[in-house]
Design a protein around this ligand. Sequence first.
Ligand SMILES: [Fe+2]
Length: 133
Amino acid sequence: MPIEWNEQYAVGDARTDSQHRNLFTYVNRLEQLIEEGRKRGLDRQAVENLFIFLDAYVNTHFAYEELCMTLRACPAARKNKEAHDKFLAFWNEFNRQHNPNSVGLVALEELHAALAGWLTQHICRIDVALRKN
Ligand SMILES: [Fe+2]
């Protein structure tokens, strides 16, 4: 079931919110890609596009958000950086084990679960600390 962005995820910084919304779009696209992959086989070009997006996302969005928290002396800055580093380690390991041309449905399901957990847990619990600063 797609995960919809709503105000509960808003952090009060327009660029961060827009980047988060973009991530929601890609996570839902991954879900769709998996569903279609089960019926007709995986669309490798779409998988590659997703990998490219995620790679750029974790590098640019995390850095931007960390900068926002540091500049605003947000109390959650350290916790946020630690969570980002943990996610980066997961993503790097995922990339070491899989590539867009050979990754299977089970691994993509794991990736989807990790990303969906990130959306529903990390953004609501840590990123929203930006609101108060
Ligand atoms: Fe974050």
